[in-house]
Design a protein around this ligand. Structure first.
Ligand code: NAD
Length: 273
């Protein structure tokens, strides 16, 4: 049976490409498309918006109207909208795949609470390549450990509204965990003026916002005499969309828990949660 998916932010950069990814996927199909209630695109055909030709799914302005038609919601929108949607998913016992980034700790707490009631898959980056990089970063941090300075450099398009990227923060989290450090204590976000010498324990973040860059991330492990750099470059949003569709197919029918792409890809061992 096809898993029925709803997409919020269906007219956004990720929403349109998710519609395209779903049109090519097996065993899963687009059943609802959502936009902001005040969007001029309410009533438009979601397939047409995605440049795919009409698919008969009409963009709705309220999740409540269509929630009975879906099994899983894929949400790449804005934090406030995602939190409203997750509350409705809990009420109607629907799984949710969250790609939105930029949640504050209080908002993350609400997601954690919802994941006790319904299955939630949240990832700052749904691409397979980035999730492989998380594994490589864990290994690199454990081997190179306290002998190196660690810096994370990310670049994204000019429209991105949060910084550093959710992916950069996740990469910092992986490295900090591997080294037994608390990212909140050791992160340094940008430097300016008389900063003093670098403290070895810190993990530095640098952000570039320019042009149409889809998403570049480099984690640098720099010692005296050599350095290792692990880099991922996304050239198309399709890498995120395919991963999110894979997550939606995987999460349908799972037990309530907070999953991420490491679970979907089996990096933690199938059914470990
Ligand atoms: P975008 O601005 O192009 O699209 C967001 C869409 O959400 C817009 O069309 C907007 O109208 C819509 N929206 C806002 N409020 C809404 C509401 N209440 N109901 C329904 N729709 C609503 O942004 P984007 O580039 O598509 O990115 C969206 C989010 O996804 C961002 O947080 C971004 O950082 C994140 N993102 C995550 C990944 C990942 O792999 N996790 C990859 C790319 C982007």
């Amino acid at each position: 049976m096809n898993v029925r998916v709803g997409i919020t932010g269906a007219a956004g950069r990720m929403g349109r490409i998710l519609v395209e990814a779903l049109s090519a996927a097996q065993g899963i199909k687009l059943a609802a498309a959502l936009e902001r209630p005040d969007s001029s695109l309410i009533g438009a055909d979601a397939g047409e918006l995605a440049g795919q030709g009409k698919n008969g799914v009409i963009v709705a302005g309220s999740l409540a109207e269509v929630i009975a038609d879906i099994d899983v919601l894929i949400d790449f929108s804005v934090p406030e909208a995602t939190l409203e949607n997750i509350a409705l998913c809990v009420e109607h016992n629907k799984a949710i795949v969250i790609g939105t980034t930029g949640f504050n700790p209080k908002q993350q707490g609400r997601i954690d609470a919802a994941a006790k009631r319904v299955p939630v898959c949240k990832a700052s980056n749904f691409s397979t390549g980035v999730n492989l990089c998380f594994k490589l970063l864990d290994m690199a941090a454990r081997v190179l450990g306290d002998d190196v300075d660690i810096e994370i450099i990310e670049a994204h398009h000019r429209h991105k509204i949060d910084a550093p990227s959710g992916t950069a923060l996740s990469m910092g989290g992986v490295v900090a965990n591997a080294l037994g450090r608390d990212l909140a204590e050791v992160a340094v976000y940008g430097r300016e003026g008389q900063t003093g010498a670098r403290d070895r324990d810190t993990i530095g973040f640098a952000t570039v916002r320019a042009g149409d860059i889809v998403g570049d991330h480099t984690v640098m492990f720099a010692a005296d005499g050599e350095r290792v750099e692990i880099t991922h470059k996304a050239s198309s949003r399709m890498s995120f969309a395919r991963g999110a569709v894979r997550a939606a197919a995987w999460i349908a029918g799972r037990e309530p828990a907070l999953y991420d792409m490491q679970d979907v890809l089996g990096f933690r061992g199938e059914d470990s949660k």
